[in-house]
Ligand binder design. Structure first.
Ligand code: GCW
Length: 672
């Protein structure tokens, strides 16, 4: 599994035979830089694998040349390639004729675009597609497409289920592990152009000269792939490593310290991306420690980075026990009033939902509610709440669901808000909390690789359908044959909903066991902070279940645009899959399907278990197309998932039955 979706496995001979004469050579653009060089190397590697022959490098056009053309090249016009509207990173792939020679053009304004175009061509071939009539254009709508590594300096990855950190701080900067080049290739292949190396629960150490040397070495390795390095900055670093008494953002000495720190970073890493900050959240220091706002804190850091072109990604994930009536309301309450008060190089990073990366949450009410402020969407690729590495849960559908949701605000969908549609040239971005570690398969399981892949593809183009991304991934990871793609895609497409069903159906949330968040723990209610307890979220008793966030309850619905607030404010118009997120309802409440809430809840737990069995059945059909090692590991993980789906169902149903005191509905599967 090391090679991820970049296996470049041999195509069927008929397809390979058609491609070989059509892609015989590569012609680099005039005066190529390092990015064009790695693009060409990737084309060689990919074609050698897929069709058994690497194209030669040529300086004279020959039939079947892959012709890389940058802006200003007169051959673009001859090839009928129009680069307008592609931005700095987009590309065109086109079968054309130049000087009467049949060629395939990769056209882009920049070398970065040529690199993405090269990966685009390989992705196309990897799906077994023909190339004689190629005519593709693609450009990202979002500027910052960034992984967030929650990697600690001791090598442990917070919420990581794929081994230790990839960054070997001990051996860096001397040993530059070639694996980091493979990391860069994988990311570039899906359009990721930035990475935050360290945990948002940050150690100030990373900003010391000793570590910056190491960070610079990583940045050097990622640079040819167009990937910028960012760091999580600990707000109290001026005290911890700067010898100051305070980290108050209005203290001029603090501002100076950060400016000097930025200068020191840029002296080593001229294209450093900037800082990610978790402030005044879960015990982290922040401007609130000095009575200052998030905007004052963020802007102070932004001023330090601005002369160098760096950005601040300031997280909106905040909640505190002092206002625990409804945790879901806190980020909006703190951030919405600050709309318009952030500097131009600040982007506020908002999780997809208002609680915390649950199997299903409604979209975060901040999206669309801060029109004067760039908002970055934060998704979690690592499956903290969806079964870690073992359970198959394809997040393409979760990400798509969030992106496609209409916020009810003039800006439109979450994807539109994130793309800054109609907001001119401002900063835009998507972040994904990485699921990558030093496991041989990078992500702890083969199927988790699909989530890394889907994140990148959707960050590039939020309009790509999750099932299309699933098919792309399946073809490149296993086999482009339809008999392989179909079952793998079916597994992927049903998997997340299965997890929702057996963990948190009908809009329930946060029922996982304490701290580690793996198995069920809906009975837990004695933790120190109220909003850490599952009982706080489900509120089940003899009468009913659910968290009332309507006007009769916490009124969190009022944080949404009026039309959305109305829809979520009434159980009759709230979709079943979010019902108990917004409403506390009696057990005999009728769902839209006509079944009672009690019967519907049990039916969903049963359905989740049944779907895992179905996934297992589908997987067995892929045996002829998957090597024995990956096949067996996935089959074993599906067995684990099947057991644990039953564990989730049986424990949850037994617990809810202990409070509802209702009999199991007829036909419900008896506990195993
Ligand atoms: O999801 C929760 C996690 C914490 C994490 C925090 C955050 C990095 O349980 O491990 O801390 O969110 O997003 O800051």
């Amino acid at each position: 599994g090391f090679r991820l979706w970049l296996r470049y496995a041999p195509l069927a001979e008929a397809e390979a035979a058609a491609i070989r004469p059509a892609l015989t050579a590569i012609m680099l653009p005039p005066e190529p830089g390092p990015v064009a060089a790695v693009a060409a190397a990737e084309l060689e590697r990919g074609l050698a694998g897929m069709v058994g022959r690497a194209p030669i490098r040529t300086t004279r056009l020959q039939a079947g040349t892959i012709l890389m053309l940058r802006e200003g090249d007169p051959r673009l016009r001859e090839a009928g390639v129009d680069l307008r509207g592609l931005g700095d990173e987009g590309f065109v792939l086109r079968s054309a004729s130049v000087g009467s020679v049949p060629v395939t053009v990769i056209g882009a304004r920049t070398e970065q675009g040529l690199l993405y175009g090269s990966f685009g061509l390989l992705r196309h071939l990897g799906q077994g597609r023909a190339i004689d009539v190629l005519d593709l254009r693609s450009a990202p709508k979002v500027r910052l497409r960034v992984l967030n590594h929650w990697d600690n300096l001791d090598g442990h990855v917070e919420r990581g289920y794929a081994g230790d950190s990839l960054w070997d701080w001990w051996l860096l900067p001397d040993w530059r592990d070639p694996r980091l080049t493979d990391y860069a290739r994988a990311n570039a292949s899906i359009g990721i152009n930035g990475t935050v190396l360290n945990n948002v629960n940050a150690s100030a150490e990373i900003l010391t000269p000793r570590y910056l040397e190491k960070v610079a070495a990583i940045a050097d390795m990622l640079r040819p792939y167009g990937i910028k390095v960012y760091l999580s900055a600990r707000f109290s670093a001026p005290i911890e490593i700067g010898g100051l008494q305070s980290a108050d953002p209005v203290d001029p000495a603090v501002g100076r310290w950060w400016a000097q720190t930025a200068n020191r970073i840029y002296a080593r890493i001229p294209d450093f991306g900037g800082f990610l900050v978790k402030a005044n959240s879960e015990g982290q220091p922040g401007p609130g420690d000095y009575g200052r706002s998030h905007a004052e804190g963020a802007n102070m850091l932004a001023r330090a980075l601005a002369p160098h072109g760096g950005v601040v990604m300031w997280r909106a994930f905040v909640y505190s026990e002092t206002d625990a009536a409804d945790r879901a309301k806190q980020a909006y309450a703190e951030f919405q009033p600050l709309d318009g008060r952030f500097d131009d190089n600040v982007i506020v990073q908002v999780k997809n939902g208002a609680i915390d990366f649950q199997p299903r949450e409604p979209f975060h009410p901040l999206f669309g509610a801060m029109p004067q402020t760039p908002l970055m969407l934060e998704l979690q690729i690592t499956k903290e709440y969806l079964g870690f590495a073992t359970h198959i849960a394809y997040l393409g559908t979760l990400f798509e669901e969030v992106l496609d949701t209409d916020t009810g605000h003039p800006a439109g969908t979450v994807a539109d808000v994130v793309a800054g549609s109609g907001q001119g040239d401002r900063l835009t971005g998507i972040a994904g909390v990485a699921n990558i570690g030093d496991d041989r398969d990078w992500s702890g399981s083969t199927f988790n690789q699909a989530n890394w892949y889907a994140f990148g593809r959707l960050a590039w183009d939020a309009a790509l359908p999750a099932d299309e991304i699933a098919r792309e991934w399946a073809a490149q990871t296993f086999s482009p044959r339809a008999e392989a793609i179909a079952p793998v895609t079916d597994i992927l497409m049903m998997s997340r909903e299965a997890v929702v069903d057996y963990m948190t159906p009908l809009g329930l949330a946060h029922l996982m066991a304490t701290d580690h968040h793996y198995g069920p723990g809906p009975w837990v209610g004695d933790l120190a902070r109220p909003e850490w307890n599952p009982t706080y979220y489900h509120r089940a008793d003899r009468e009913g279940i659910g968290f009332d966030r309507s006007v009769t309850g916490s009124n969190a619905v009022s944080q949404y645009a009026p039309a959305v607030a109305r829809r979520f404010g009434d159980p009759a118009t709230t979709p079943d899959n979010l019902l108990l997120w917004f409403h506390h309802l009696p057990w005999d409440h009728r769902l839209s399907t006509g079944e009672t809430l009690w019967a519907g809840l049990i039916a969903r737990y049963d359905r989740g278990v049944a779907r895992v069995a179905e996934m297992d059945r589908l997987w067995s059909r892929t045996r002829p197309f998957v090597d024995a090692e990956r096949h067996a590991k996935t089959a074993t993980f599906l067995d684990i998932q099947a057991n644990e789906a039953r564990w989730w169902r049986d424990a949850s149903v037994a617990y809810f039955q202990s409070v509802s005191e209702l009999p199991l509905p007829p036909g419900a599967a008896p506990p195993a």
